[in-house]
Design a protein around this ligand. Sequence first.
Ligand code: COA
Length: 460
Amino acid sequence: MARTNGHVAKDTAASPNGHSTNGHTPNGHSANGQAPNGHGPIPNMRRAFSNLQRSAPSRYAHIVGWGMDVPELIITNADLEAVVETTDEWIRTRTGIHERRFANDRETVTTLGFEAARKALDRADMLPSEIDLIIVATSTPENFYPSTAARIQNMIGATHAGAFDLSAACAGFVYAVNMAVQAIRSGSIDKALVIGSETNSRIMDWDDRATCVLFGDGAGAIVLCGSDEPGGVLSCVLGSDGSGEDLLGVPTVGQSSMPEGRQMHKVHMNGREVFRFGTHIINESVREALDKANLTLADVALIVPHQANQRILAAAARSMNIPESMFFSNLHRYGNTSAASIPIALCEAEKEGRIKPNDNIVLVGFGGGLAWGSMVVQWQVVPKKAVTGMSHRLLQGRREAEYVLAFWRGRVLRVYRRLEAVIKGPPTQANLRGKRRSSDAAARAMSTPKKAEPDKTKTV
Ligand code: COA
């Protein structure tokens, strides 16, 4: 990676054949261990580590389901003219955005993410109870905790799933997918639900006209499934450069004092710098991810980028010497939906027939942090099991039943906890004494030195 001030995390690339054939490690070091610049032992160590990571995987992670949900409320540029001093013409020409969606009072990252997750599970023809892990990438959660992921876990009835939120701003979805892919490939899980969900409209500074016109709300989700069939996610590069922390952010309650000119829970951005960062990081990280997968731009059917600004995509296309149409774009409809923009774009690209089975596609995200990530995916090489007719309807019925069950399960558990608290009452002195006695006994047991076992390996 050309950046020298940022840290680049490289994941285990599952290249199509599981190993590098070009004699170069993914970080560009030649097979003799010498970095291109001829530096010595550190690149050697990096190469050894990188080779270790790139041993042929026995499991592959495939995207088997996808779904999206956006609020019904459409806010056009003309609507914004009534709120801030702007024009439809300025927004269109500077950003490519025509309209965006805003959540109503009842819609949240949880409800939008839940709907997207349901559609992704439908597409995968999978039961919620089969999911092992749920990760939600979001920068606009309703709570620091409980996580959005835990709430969605409860709503869909994914009773066997671990769940957590991940914060990497607009790169969050690529980060989250990579975490799930690594968990699948390590064998610790088999099926994961990854969601990007945002309600950016709730963190807009309506006095900052250069920023508030850019963002929108929505959610997208994918289901990943482990398989022995090669393909699926082939490679990923993740990167961060915290020296750019002041360029794009949302201050929150952990601040010891609010920095000058910033507002709690409102987006601030240096548009020009972020623009510059976006254009060059797309080029760099896409090429790096392709290199790790032993592919080139010529092998790519479509790039599904974070939808920030059409001018960023145009500039990136120019610098990569590819037609702008290679970047899928739907930001004229939704604006910048942060961590949700890539999965939403993925769903629409597939629906419009821009992605076909066995196509190589690249997902690329970038944003606050600064953070970025690129991922190469061989699309749906595992043929979906043809569940048709009666068995399909039965599975669909079971899925619906699990949602209904999840709805009541959550309520019943809450009532049960309240009842238990009433029946058992508050902790009494007697209870506490009992607890203290047992913990004292445990402490004594632990501090009593054990009799040393005779060392049977010693010979006399
Ligand atoms: N309507 C009308 N005029 C506006 C405006 C708006 N919404 N916002 C800014 N302007 C004005 C400015 O006040 C300025 O006027 P001045 O020349 O009289 O001072 C002029 O437009 C140019 O402002 P500037 O900030 O230099 O515009 P720009 O060409 O850099 O475009 C962005 C601004 C935000 C569109 C652009 O910087 C950008 O897209 N950056 C990347 C943002 C992004 O994608 N962020 C998310 C990444 S995850």
